[in-house]
Design a protein around this ligand. Structure first.
Ligand code: PLP
Length: 599
């Protein structure tokens, strides 16, 4: 007869363990397939189990299984046996005395979730002590939500009728019998009949540097946005659509000169990966400077920001790792986690309480080699900021790892522009993996992973982006280096301060207009909610007519009913330019009807 022991951890998780009769305490958790087999079997009444929770009782009703003990870790302190790296031992005065004679401290260290007593309890966090950055996320009225949904379904219905009646003027798959379709039918339908209606508002070609202003090339369509032709005209607009936070995207000045000099010295491309022949002294200098800028031991740089996440995460995480991922994480992080083939549990956006609950439940399972929280510094769709101090406290309390993507925060946040660590007053060394990109504040391309020397050595050895992807182009490395050095100078600090002033002023005026904006007061990404797809297109068109280049974002990049205009502010904008933009926005808010705020 099989014997089991039921352990209720008090974290919402009940563990069922095989009972070793001769060895005393049970140490082997039942694996899921064993549990499944047991569960499927005939149920027996269970009289000798204290009914801790429904789940324990349900699981224990198994054929040929007796529950020999039932322990509620919330109430008892009986089990002093511990498991540490595969050996068992005794917990005496906070020290783990392993059977092999060695002694281990029981202090919670990073990622040491293997070393814990079964009955060890980490006190729950007192979140009232931390600023969890709730940001502004005003909800729209029920009427707006309903009309937005009706509008979207109407568009889809009209698209469906259109598809039935007219043959689309696009290439169609032929002779594909027996093959899976190349395209997802819903995506195909959505992009042809819903997205196409507003396609003229996206991917608009420009013919200048995306600085404080840019030059839009005018297009015209003769076939309802199936295709476009250039009219030959150009329009100069104030640029509120690029992530040029500190204004380093310039066609002249120290950064452009440094890039030009590097192109002359090293050429435009190295035709090799970093791991082979793609390293120059410029790359080494950039890595040293990046580490110094971020305040950590070492850094490694890559030619593409997206690939830094997509190929970096699989090198860092292996089987047995569990990732707690924010629900709004960027596509590059999600792809990286998928390629790493790790278990992922998603917590609600910026909700540290939810993250804590998931982390505690995972710890109680006792089967993960690493538990890693993956978040972004500033979220580009929401304009929200990660509650970093709270997350660092949580990861220290529970012995987790933290992976922080600073793509939108490095350079743009904090009094010194060092990112969200600087903004939250957190030591960068408390974040296990600092990741960021050079595409935004540095006006360049590429990404980095930074942290301890050990971490960076590991990344160099294990991440395919280092070993196989093309190295960062030398002029790009020179641009980043020049921008990074400039940020540390008084002139750079002025840019950081100007960005913050512009952001505060812009957000305040939008609020005064009665528009709903999302996110944190300091976030230079300012989403203004327009809700419906048609209003998004109308707003972008009207702002362009008034000389303002902006980006509209809708489904599937946002939830169905939360289309928005995403304004990106820059230190390159003068106050006069910002005020001109705000006047135009106010006129359009009035015309299109965007005064949704009820505050
Ligand atoms: C949070 C985040 N991470 C990574 C990336 C990818 O960076 P890149 O565009 O430099 O490839 C982006 C891109 O916008 C991003 O927003």
């Amino acid at each position: 007869m099989r014997q089991i022991k039921v352990i209720n951890s008090g974290c919402g998780v009940t563990e069922i363990r095989r009972y070793e009769e001769c060895g005393g305490d049970p140490v082997v958790p039942l694996r899921s397939f064993e549990l499944k087999g047991l569960r499927a079997a005939r149920r027996l009444p269970l009289d000798d189990v204290t009914q801790h929770d429904k789940r324990a009782v349900r699981t224990a009703r198994m054929v040929d299984t007796t529950v020999v003990t039932s322990v509620d870790l919330r109430e008892t302190n009986l089990n002093k046996n511990v498991q540490c790296n595969g050996s068992s031992g005794k917990n005496i005065n906070g020290k783990i005395h392993l059977q092999n004679g060695s002694l281990k401290s029981q202090t919670i260290s990073n990622g040491s979730n293997k070393c814990k007593d079964e009955n060890e309890r980490f006190p729950t966090m007192d979140w009232s002590q931390y600023d969890t950055f709730p940001g502004s996320f005003e909800k729209c009225s029920l009427m707006t939500a309903a009309l937005t949904h009706v509008g979207m379904y109407l568009l889809m219905f009209l698209g469906f009728v259109n598809q039935l009646l007219f043959k689309p003027k696009v290439a169609t798959e032929r002779n594909r019998e027996g093959y899976a379709p190349l395209y997802n039918p819903f995506e195909q339908f959505f992009s042809r009949y819903v997205y196409r209606r507003v396609r003229h508002c996206f991917n608009r070609p420009i013919s200048s540097t995306p600085g404080a202003e840019l030059t839009l090339k005018e297009r015209h369509t003769d076939d309802y946005n199936w295709s476009f032709r250039f009219t030959g005209k150009e329009k100069r607009c104030i640029n509120l659509g690029s992530y040029n936070y500190l204004g380093f995207a310039e066609a002249s000045g120290p950064c452009a000169e440094a890039a030009e000099a590097a192109a002359r010295r090293y050429g435009l491309a190295l035709a090799s990966s970093r791991g082979e022949l793609g390293s120059t002294p410029l790359h080494d200098e950039l890595e040293r400077t990046t580490a110094g800028f971020l305040g950590v031991e070492a850094a490694v740089v890559f030619g593409m920001g997206f690939a830094t996440n997509a190929l970096g995460l699989p090198g860092l995480l292996g089987s047995g790792s569990l990732v707690l991922s924010d629900e709004n994480n960027h596509a590059s992080l999600i792809l990286g986690l998928r390629l790493a083939r790790v278990a992922v549990r998603v917590f609600r956006h910026n909700d540290v309480r939810h993250c804590e609950r998931l982390a505690r439940a995972a710890l109680a399972e006792g089967r993960w080699t690493k538990i890693v929280i993956v978040v972004e510094g500033v979220y580009s769709m929401e304009g929200s900021v990660a509650p970093l101090a709270a997350l660092v406290a949580l990861k220290k309390r529970l012995g987790l790892y933290l992976y922080l993507d600073e793509a939108h925060s490095v350079g743009a946040m904090g009094p010194r522009g060092r990112g969200v660590t600087d903004h939250c007053g957190v030591s960068p060394r408390d974040v296990d993996v600092l990741m960021g990109t050079f595409t935004k504040s540095f006006g360049a391309a590429g990404g980095y992973i930074a942290g301890s020397e050990k971490l960076v050595d590991w990344v160099r050895a294990r991440c395919h982006a280092h070993g196989y992807a093309h190295a960062m182009s030398p002029p790009v490395a020179a641009q980043v280096l020049a921008a990074m050095r400039a940020i540390s100078s008084p002139v750079g600090l002025k840019r950081v301060a100007r960005l913050r002033d512009n952001t505060h002023h812009f957000r305040r005026r939008l609020r005064e207009m009665g528009a709903i904006t999302f996110g944190h007061e300091d976030s230079p990404v300012v989403p203004m909610l327009v809700y419906t797809f048609s209003k998004m297109a109308a707003t972008v068109e009207r702002l362009t007519e008034r000389g303002l280049a902006t980006v509209g974002v809708g489904y599937p990049a946002t939830p169905l009913n939360k289309a928005r205009i995403r304004f990106c502010l820059s230190a390159a904008h003068s106050r006069e330019q910002i005020d001109r933009c705000l006047d135009s926005i106010e006129a359009v808010v009035e015309e299109v009807g965007l005064r949704y705020s009820r505050r």
